[in-house]
Design a protein around this ligand. Sequence first.
Ligand SMILES: [Zn+2]
Length: 177
Amino acid sequence: MTLPYAEPLTKLAPGPRVIPEPPRIGEPGGDPCGFCAWIADPARSGHQPPLWSDEDWVLCRAVDVTIPGIVWLASREHHDSFADLPDRMAASYGGVVARIERAILALGDIARVHVYRWGDGSAHFHVWFYPRPLGMLEARREMLPLWADLMPAAPAEAVAAAEEKIAAALLASDPRP
Ligand SMILES: [Zn+2]
């Protein structure tokens, strides 16, 4: 693994802890949840429609994509983390993630699909899917989001084509009658 920065880097000590932490988006005292506002009125938000959704889950496009196939999955309703999901959603999560992973892998030239749940920005449940390009060994493990942040934006047509393929695969794999 290689950092996307040149040497020499200087090791830092952690700063003093900030307690209480500032509220996140969608938390009491924080900015209102933008995702809930979007779901309540998709047309007014000006955002593009989701790639796919069902009664519990919404698969979304990312912005400023550097690796075609980066997408994120959110709960339709406002829940914070795995610990807060209703049992029905906790049970369906694995199957939905598997379908998304298969859809991204089917794009080709992808070694693995990373699934990240950070939760430090917004308090609305969401996980990120990052395809690691095949052969990009320097971007293994935690290096992939660092590289993805710094790489040039991917061509818009390539991003849109990947998103449409993912959406089509999700539709095709829908277990609902
Ligand atoms: Zn929300």
